[in-house]
Design a protein around this ligand. Sequence first.
Ligand code: C2E
Ligand code: MG
Ligand code: MG
Length: 598
Amino acid sequence: MNHYNINPQKTEDILIVDDTPDNLHLLSRMLTRQGYNVRKALSGSMALTAAQTVAPDLILLDIMMPEMDGYQVCQHLKSDPKTSEIPIIFLSALDDVLDKVKGFQVGGVDYITKPFQFEEVLVRVQNQLALRAAELEILVLNAELETRVKERTQELEAANTKLLEMALHDSLTGLPNRSLLMTDLQQSIHQAKANHNYQFAVLFLDCDRFKVVNDSLGHLVGDELLILIARRLNCCIKPQNTLSRLGGDEFAILLTEIPDYDHVITLADRILECFSQAFNLERHEIFINASIGIVIGNCEYNEPEHLLRDADTAMYRAKALGKGQYHLFDPIMHTAALERLQLETDLRRGIEQDELVVHYQPIICLNTGIIAGFEALVRWSHPKRGLVAPNLFIPMAEETGLITTIGYWVLSESCHQLRTWQKQNLIDSNLFVSVNLSVKQFAQPNLLEQIDQVLADSQLSPDCLKLEITESAIMDNHKHVATILKELRKRHILISIDDFGTGYSSLSYLHSFPVDTLKIDKSFVQRLNLESENIGLIPVIISLAKTMNMNVVAEGIELVDQLEILRELDCGFGQGYFFAKPLPGEQLIKFLSSNPRW
Ligand code: C2E
Ligand code: MG
Ligand code: MG
């Protein structure tokens, strides 16, 4: 057996065809002795039957036979696919070159002239068998290779599909992602341009206070919740509409072919309704709301991004209007958003160009009737708009983080100002300045260093500085704020709670913070009038402050009646237009020099 044999167990099968029985037996015996399996045929037709019944590995074929000669037998075998591949060696006494050529022409692979030498026959037989075996092996290898290539191609195709799928889907929820949504939006825009009656809508959904879930219960729980939200949203929409996750807690729904607005509004209502039920997580039950911005798509849109932008703007509006609701985009909102952006750019520039100014509003001791200190209130002296009130830019500065720069500047400016006035003997050295601190400033890790730096630079005594913080600043980050307030107290800096009574009505925290002053919000003071005696919470706040050894400042006193009632209620301090509006520095000094007293 040679190594070409694909099946080493198999004995090679040789068919000998010869009409001379002696030849047949002789050859057969010799080949059998060599270990081959030999079959014999005495005529052409017998040979064909034998080969067709079981195809031999090799045929030794005599040429000269009655009825059907070897050439004919060979032609028959070659024309039948079942036998066409069997190698045939002609055996013949014909020794003419032409006979040999014919033998090769009809498909023979070799030619042996009789009388033969057995060694020659054996070598030629072995050669042909080896060739045939090699051929078969190549066939098998080719077939294997083909299957392997096919399998690999399928694997690659599957991997490609998977990759594409991953590139266009969100891994957490399996929903289409922003890229896929953009393609779908582009398609809807095309459709709207082709057919002006075609309308579609985009709903932009953002969960309200999702951050609280993440921060308090961890990201895994947040993820679990997002999966449930995705499932619930999917139940709200029809299969032809696409729900996608844009990232974080933001989802978008593309409604194609909407018949009318009502259709969209009904869906928005249905979504909000389905958010009213708790989400049952494995270990938690969570209630969460969502705000939805809606934009109706039409042929005027060119960019998918613009649709999303407008839906997003409407969603922000829904949040600003109190969350847990939907809002339909109105082009005016886009204008407003552009204005806001302009304002932000202007403010950044304004800060750089020193356009901020501080005005000071006196705070009066109601017992003595004289000025005890001032509140520093920032204004923006805009080159075109004139003096801009803080309400118009502080909220935006809070959102963008600019407030930390502004806050630091106001603190530094007012401390330096107060110290300068003290040095110039323009004011009493026991007057304080009250500076507003934003929640964002509390979140800054270097707040204390900043304050220390300002006090060191300005040489102002710490007990002349009061910091005003809001209730929400305290509630937002209880422990952190407590640490900072204790540090401030160590430095003898005073702390005042601004707009008291308007925040979280939880009073329990007051004990745990070193607070010096409560400022009653002006909304309470302004409801005060002699007729209705609408004094509301004011006496409660005043007595609360007394029990805890705190001062009280009533803000927003505009009328003498209000002042009188507050004096009767034994309110320690007052601030308001009745005494003075917030004034620029020089005007304040002029005002002080008239020694006002109430
Ligand atoms: P606030 O800290 O509660 O300041 C008191 C506000 O009431 C001031 O408004 C003041 O002008 C106004 N006010 C005083 N007396 C009366 C009155 O009799 N009647 C009425 N109707 N209003 C009176 P302003 O200056 O417009 O400031 C508004 C808010 O902007 C401040 O409220 C404060 O929250 C914020 N703010 C102002 N300056 C700064 C600052 O430097 N940093 C921070 N973080 N916030 C500031
Ligand atoms: Mg204030
Ligand atoms: Mg206030």
